[in-house]
Design a protein around this ligand. Structure first.
Ligand code: COA
Length: 388
């Protein structure tokens, strides 16, 4: 099977960008990625753009063509992928699959979302489109509310506490404080989380990822082609790519305390790479809410089902712990421009495996994992990486 690697990355700062639109964000991240790859944009053969809801946020659809246009890449094919908050991961996976078939040797993957142009209510409604609109969104269930139901189920089943949930946010803010691209660079304490005010019980403001603008891009190449073009110096190989689906609404799940799609996708990914959870050196997981990180580390096999809260509160997911999780700061600390998040996760894997993560560096990192989820878990995309 053809080996495929990330050979260059570009990221905008995540946060509120009043002076930049979708075009500027894409141009900044895309240009940085092409420069980092050092191959020249004429070598790019296709664009895959992940974006969830630019129509609702910005009145702009057609993000694939827009990306090719602003980056001066016409007339190469450009395609948008939408899988709610997993749109970036889907774009990466589809570019990977296209290169694997031999259709292309080099593709640019861009993820973008500009969410702060609308107020929180409208942003919540746009994001709610990732749930079952008929039975959840129109019934008044926001995303914080849906994840609050999952948190309540986890607490009832396993005795997980609000303080254990808070420990995930505390750790992610600490990591984000070391990440110059992060939206929030302030450290917080469990006490800060506990007094931050309920959004949807038991989730409080500091259990939630924020509303964010940002873009992320990677250049993906067949590894042998990258070597021939002298572009493989920082190459990070994708050693597995897997995806699975679950019911759109929570009502039809077997239970609310585990994420079946992520479990299925990660089993496929581990099988493809011939590894198991204990081989993973670090992971970027989709902590749109603190409970999502707890359920993610259980689904990925870093700890046993039901023990994610204790595992986190005991420090096993901190940098220096058994399995560092969200060294970048995660969605909580970095911010969550939904279409960009899955691509940003891959960038953190690239930096970690190239020993370029600075104060966030995981010593001796060999294998990285990214876990990108759409909606309340209806789409799950997993990638595994190692230095090529
Ligand atoms: N974490 C930490 N601080 C946050 C924050 C968060 N998640 N969200 C907002 N803030 C801060 C802001 O920076 C601002 O601080 P300032 O007063 O010092 O400038 C303050 O809180 C108020 O910000 P505001 O934008 O008015 O917050 P809000 O009440 O409108 O929105 C949430 C807060 C939690 C409702 C919103 O961030 C949200 O909906 N998050 C979830 C997003 C989501 O569902 N994503 C998809 C997941 S599947």
């Amino acid at each position: 099977m053809r080996s495929i690697s990330i050979v260059g990355v570009g990221l905008t700062k995540f946060g509120e960008h009043w002076d930049k639109g979708l075009k500027e964000l894409i141009a900044e991240a895309g240009t940085l990625a092409i420069e980092d790859a050092g191959i020249g944009k004429v070598k790019i053969q296709a664009v895959y753009a992940g974006c969830m809801a630019s129509g609702r946020f910005n009145g702009q659809e057609h993000i694939g063509a827009l990306a090719a246009d602003v980056l001066g890449l016409n007339p190469i094919p450009a395609t948008r992928l939408e899988g709610a908050c997993a749109s970036g991961g889907l774009a990466l996976r589809n570019a990977y699959l296209a290169i694997r078939t031999g259709e292309f040797d080099v593709a640019l993957v861009v993820g973008v979302e500009k969410m702060t142009e609308v107020d929180t209510g409208d942003a919540g409604f746009a994001l709610g489109g990732a749930s079952d609109a008929e039975t959840e969104l129109f019934a008044g269930a926001s995303f914080p509310a849906l994840y609050a139901l999952m948190a309540q189920a986890h607490m009832a089943e396993f005795g997980t506490t609000e303080e254990q949930l808070a420990a995930a946010s505390v750790k992610n803010h600490k990591n984000a404080s070391q990440n110059p691209y992060a939206q929030f660079r302030n450290e917080i304490t469990v006490a800060d989380v506990m007094k931050s005010g309920y959004v949807a019980s038991p989730l409080k403001l500091l259990d939630c990822s924020p509303i964010t603008d940002g873009a992320a891009a990677v250049v993906l190449m067949a590894t042998d082609v990258a070597r021939k073009m002298n572009a493989a110096r920082k190459a990070v190989e994708i050693i597995a790519s897997a995806q699975a689906s679950d019911t759109l609404d929570l009502a039809h799940r077997n239970n609310l305390y585990e994420t079946a799609a992520a479990k299925k996708a990660v089993q496929d990914a581990y099988r493809q790479a011939g590894i198991s959870a204990k081989d993973v050196s670090f992971a970027e997981v989709h902590d749109c809410f603190s409970i999502a990180e707890i359920m993610a580390i259980e689904a990925l096999g870093f700890c046993r089902q039901g023990e994610g809260g204790k595992f986190t509160a005991d420090g096993h997911t901190a940098i220096g712990g058994k399995t560092p999780v969200n060294t970048s700061g995660g969605l909580k600390g970095d911010g969550h421009p939904v279409g960009a998040t899955g691509v940003k996760q891959a960038i953190e894997a690239y930096w970690q495996l190239n020993n370029l993560a600075g104060a966030r560096q995981v010593r001796g990192a060999k294998i990285g994992l990214t876990h990108n989820v759409g909606g309340s878990g209806a789409t799950a995309v997993i990638h595994l990486y190692r230095k090529a």
